[in-house]
Design a protein. Sequence first.
Length: 158
Amino acid sequence: MSLQSPVRSDHQLARLLQIGVVLEEVVEARAAKHSELDDIDDEIKELLEEAAEESATHRERLDKLVDELDAETIPFDEIQPLVEQQYESDQDFDGILYDQLCNEETAYKFYDDLIEAIESSDAEFSIDRDRLLSLLREIRSEEETGVEEVTTLMERRE
């Protein structure tokens, strides 16, 4: 399944939205884990907590879209282990912020590509295309803002 070609069916759209759910889970889990570190300052902690909350909201919104689609989906208990895998990350300020920046940029790019794939499709979906695109554009915009916030914070700390 590729975002290089138009989305052709509810089934394909559901799979792609589930990828978005997984991306949001990763952002949420990493930001939450990093925000619990003792040696980060309040500004970074606040940024990470807000990122975790935003990702949880995005995940819930995507889940609702998936539920509306006339398509078989992968049960969340099969997706969740992908998110729960252990990972190691650099825990100094630059490492934490760089990790957050990479996560935000990955999510932004995914939504940008997904929107393009839906816009280039002439398929009929069981959910309203305008509402779908509006929601995805809103999430993409919030991810873009996240990228900008992390970048600004990193630049101030140089």
